[in-house]
Design a protein around this ligand. Sequence first.
Ligand SMILES: CC(C)(COP(=O)(O)OP(=O)(O)OC[C@H]1O[C@@H](n2cnc3c(N)ncnc32)[C@H](O)[C@@H]1OP(=O)(O)O)[C@@H](O)C(=O)NCCC(=O)NCCSC(=O)c1cc(O)c2ccccc2c1O
Length: 136
Amino acid sequence: MEYEYRFQVRLHDTDHAGVVFFAHLFTHAHDAYEAFMASVGLGLGALIADGVRLPVAHADADYLLPLHHGEEVAVTLAIAELGRTSFTVAYEFRCDGELRARLRTVHVFLDTQSGRPADLPQDMRAQLGPFGLEDD
Ligand SMILES: CC(C)(COP(=O)(O)OP(=O)(O)OC[C@H]1O[C@@H](n2cnc3c(N)ncnc32)[C@H](O)[C@@H]1OP(=O)(O)O)[C@@H](O)C(=O)NCCC(=O)NCCSC(=O)c1cc(O)c2ccccc2c1O
C-alpha cells in the first residue's frame, strides 16, 4: 500500500535557474511524511508532546528530472524497511506520471529516558507495516 501527497510548485521553491532547489525536495518529503504519519494515527505533534523522538539518521535523493514553477506534483510514500529501531521511508515525486525524483529518509525511534535507539513500539510497527514496499 502507498500513501499519496500532492503539492504545487510555488515560486519561492525555485532557484535562479527556474527549477526547484535540490534541498527543498527534503522539505516536501517531510511534509508528505508528516501528513502520512497523521493519516495513520501517528501525528508528529502528538508524538512530540508525548516525548517521542524520531530523528532522521540518513537521507538521500536521486534527481532524475527538474521540477518547475506551477507543476502539480504527486509524492507517493511507502515504508521501504522496518528495522529493529528504525524505519526507512521511500518517496517518489511524479508530474503527470513522469518520475522526477526519488528520496529516502531513515527515522530512528529513541527511548524517552535514555535518548538512545530503542525497539520500535508494536503499535507503530503495526501502523507502518501495511505501507511496506514488500506488501505491494
Ligand atoms: C539517530 C541516532 C540517535 C542514531 O544513533 P546511533 O548511530 O548510535 O544508532 P545505532 O547505530 O544504534 O543505529 C540505530 C538504528 O539507526 C540506523 N542508522 C543509524 N545511522 C544510520 C545511517 N547513517 N543510515 C541509515 N541507518 C542508520 C541503524 O541501522 C539502526 O537501525 P535498526 O532498525 O537496524 O535498529 C544518532 O545518529 C543521532 O542522534 N543523529 C543525529 C540525528 C539528527 O540530528 N537528525 C537531524 C534532525 S532530526 C529531525 O529532522 C526530526 C524529524 C522528525 O520527523 C521528527 C519527528 C518526531 C520527533 C523528532 C523529529 C526530528 O528531530
